[in-house]
Design a protein around this ligand. Structure first.
Ligand SMILES: Cc1cc2nc3c(=O)[nH]c(=O)nc-3n(C[C@H](O)[C@H](O)[C@H](O)COP(=O)(O)O)c2cc1C
Length: 200
């Protein structure tokens, strides 16, 4: 890999910082139905695999549901919801809602934790590596002008969903799509409230 020139560095930093700041969790109902080109999806998933991973164990797998493939996920979420302890789990309307929601985003990506056996590092390191991969997905998607959301509702982390995906553990899903309108902005505490400096 070629080293970045000194001149290019501030520009690269600005682009990365802007992308981080522009990523906003977007509601499912704010998405357009337009599909996302396959090459863009592959670049986003490639970005995921470039996350830091202690010992290069790459403890992640992703299942990508698009097009008619989403119907399998819709059925799975409906069954997972029916078998969950959600107060309205037995309601046919609530189950149908789970189904319908899947079809509102053109792409759903599972976040599956597959820790290579035997374990080598504490489990939290593998979990955090998967979270870094998830953030790479969100940021790469933002860079492509896509809206996104990491979701962890009952159906999305259910043992049934994990089992049917063949995932030992599931950390939810990310859905992607083109936004019909600008997402709501978010807020964060100033760094002064979160950062301690030790300089002398
Ligand atoms: C592990 C994880 C799980 C999340 N699960 C949900 C979820 O189930 N539903 C939801 O509305 N947002 C979920 N979010 C997104 C947060 O709600 C969102 O990041 C927060 O509202 C701040 O908004 P922002 O991302 O636009 O800054 C999740 C985020 C993370 C990191």
């Amino acid at each position: 890999m070629q080293a970045m020139s000194q001149d290019a560095q501030p520009i690269a930093a600005q682009i990365v910082l802007d992308t981080i700041r522009q990523r906003r969790t977007t509601d499912l109902l704010k998405l357009r139905p337009d599909p996302i080109p396959q090459d863009i999806l592959e670049n986003i998933l490639s970005a995921a695999t470039w996350a830091p991973t202690h010992g290069r164990r790459e403890p992640w797998r992703f299942t990508v549901f698009t097009g008619e493939g989403r119907r399998k996920l819709a059925d799975l979420f409906a069954r997972a919801y029916a078998g969950s302890s959600a107060p309205d789990h037995a309601s046919p309307e609530a189950q149908q809602n789970q189904r319908d929601r899947v079809m509102k985003a053109p792409v759903w990506i599972s976040l599956e934790l597959h820790i290579p056996q035997p374990p080598k590092f504490p489990q939290w390191e593998e979990e955090d590596a998967l979270a870094c991969a998830a953030q790479n997905i969100l940021l790469a998607a933002t860079a492509y002008g896509l809206a996104s959301k990491w979701v962890s509702g009952v159906a999305m982390i259910s043992p049934l969903t994990a089992q049917e995906l063949g995932a030992p553990e599931l950390r939810g899903f990310i859905f992607l799509g083109y936004a019909a309108e600008a997402p709501k902005d978010s807020t964060r505490a100033p760094i002064g409230e979160k950062v301690r400096w030790v300089q002398e």
